[in-house]
Design a protein around this ligand. Structure first.
Ligand code: FAD
Length: 457
């Protein structure tokens, strides 16, 4: 009998434990289900859908080179898998285990009617497996990272199966183009295309390209004007490359590559947090923040400021550059993500969950665990966060991390300003008329935020 290989965020053929297991058993029916019902309000955002379209296309092409193909279905995963199983006479489904709460529920439901076999492989180590001496999961990153380093498995000999046997008859499949995953009018993704190549080959190229720079990661990763980081996040999110492969391919680079591996471990850490607190991306971990007086999001003035933030028109060049890079390319530099997120939360005093939602819709790497954990981290509401009262100064950050070239690239109306004026054109007395004044001054914003924080202490 054929077996089903159920793809989700594991869109690769290399180091794919579910594929290796399925291919070892007989004919394989690879299936991807576009399932907005199971995820409900957590269904994929717009930028992720753009990525998904191209990634599925690439996966289908790779499968066809091995005599197989990708069957596309739309609907509730549970129902669609049952239908495919019936069509082809399969009883078993192999998949890579997922940890988002809706996927865990779906896995439980599917296992009631089909023989569902879940495999690891989307994290460095299986979430939940790195524990303290007394067997408890870690809540804080640093000890988690120390422990993970100790148990990190050696390089995995798994690779692509040479052949994937086809079933005697293929079930019907949707046409990818009918899913409307790509934007039409307006096509906001024109800036994505020159930057990204979704799929396994694109991921490999990113890694090879990063190898030359990996040893110098520490010195350059915080400089948004340079390409100091790997830009692997969407490839990792969609599982186009296994994190274990990234680890073993880069670990010998020397220099400060361990700082990079530590970031890779943040991804694992975030998933461990979700395992302990499934609602983390929408609930303050420090509960006293439930009483925090965020500005009223129903007020049109507050919404106007939020819109200015989303559009990159806050009057803070570093924030605006980041928000425009996000809109244009579906990605933002990590240092700038921290600055832009902190600005929304502490300068505009808008609930971090509004920002989390915007990122969810606009990032090509939007990830339930990583996005939720990082927003709570910046907000100071998380289990492992700084205090709320530590407020980032965006203009100082911009100077310190040498963001002038980055601002020139993304905020062209400031392109003519010299380095000395570009971080804060208003203070330098040379704000161009087509660039907005600051929504609020830094000192005023800081005092307002600290006062709000004092009320809940
Ligand atoms: P590199 O510096 O090359 O790091 C390598 C890999 O490590 C990344 O690809 C990523 O998978 C992982 N990583 C690095 N930093 C982090 C981190 N802080 N937390 C978790 N994983 C990390 N990352 C996402 O993948 N998805 C998100 O939705 C997301 N939302 C974020 C929201 C905010 C407010 C902030 C401050 C950060 C967020 N990050 C998110 C983390 C980080 O900004 C990105 O992972 C990173 O910028 C991706 O670029 P890179 O691949 O070049 O990273």
């Amino acid at each position: 009998d054929p077996v089903i290989l159920w793809f989700r965020r594991d869109l690769r053929l290399s180091d794919q434990h579910a594929l290796v297991a399925a291919a070892g058993e007989g004919p394989v029916v690879p299936v991807y289900v576009l399932d907005d019902e199971t995820a409900k309000h957590r269904k994929m955002g717009g930028a992720s859908r753009w990525w998904l379209h191209h990634s599925l296309k690439s996966l289908d092409k790779s499968l066809r080179e091995k005599g197989s193909r990708l069957i596309l279905r739309r609907g509730k995963s549970e129902d669609e898998l049952a239908k495919v199983a019936k069509d082809v006479g399969a009883g078993r489904v192999h998949c890579v285990r997922h940890y988002e709460p809706w996927w865990r529920n779906a896995e439980r439901a599917i296992a009631k009617s089909l023989d569902l076999v879940c495999h690891d492989g989307n994290y460095l180590t299986p979430p939940g497996s790195v524990t303290t001496g007394s067997g408890d999961p870690y809540k804080i990153y640093t000890p988690f990272w120390r422990a993970l380093k100790e148990v990190m498995p050696p390089a995995d000999p798994l690779n692509r199966p040479r052949e994937i046997a086809a079933p005697s008859k293929w079930p019907t499949s949707d046409d990818l183009d009918d899913w409307d995953l790509l934007p039409t009018k307006p096509n906001w993704a024109t800036g994505f295309e020159p930057v990204w190549t979704p799929g396994e080959d694109g991921a490999r190229n990113r890694i090879d390209n990063f190898l030359n720079r990996a040893s110098d990661y520490e010195g350059r990763r915080d400089l948004p004007s340079e390409e100091g980081t790997s830009r692997l996040s969407p490839h990792l999110h969609f599982g186009e490359v296994s994190p274990s492969f990234v680890w073993h391919r880069t670990a010998d680079a020397g220099g400060s590559v361990w700082t990079f591996l530590g970031e890779l471990a943040w991804r694992d850490y975030a998933q461990n947090v979700i395992l302990q607190f499934p609602e983390y991306p929408s609930k303050n971990a420090r509960e006293r923040f439930d009483d925090f007086e965020w500005r009223d999001f129903r007020s049109s003035a507050v919404r106007g400021e939020y819109r200015a933030w989303t559009k990159g028109r806050t009057g803070y060049p570093i924030v605006d550059a980041g928000m425009r890079q996000l809109w244009a390319t579906g990605w933002m530099h990590n240092r700038v993500r921290m600055i832009a997120a902190s600005f929304l939360i502490k300068h505009l005093l808008i609930d971090w969950r509004e920002g989390e939602q915007w990122f969810w819709d606009t990032l090509v790497d939007a990830d339930y665990a990583s996005n939720g954990c990082n927003w709570q981290w910046v907000a100071g509401t998380g289990i492992d966060s700084n205090m709320f009262g530590r407020i980032m100064a965006p203009l100082k950050q911009s100077e310190k991390f040498d963001a002038a070239a980055y601002i020139r690239e993304w905020v062209p109306e400031l392109g003519h300003l010299p380095d000395g004026a570009i971080h804060d054109p208003e203070a330098a007395g040379c704000r161009p008329h087509d660039y907005p004044a600051k929504l609020i001054g830094h000192r005023e914003a800081r005092e307002r935020a600290l006062a709000a924080n004092d009320k809940i202490r």
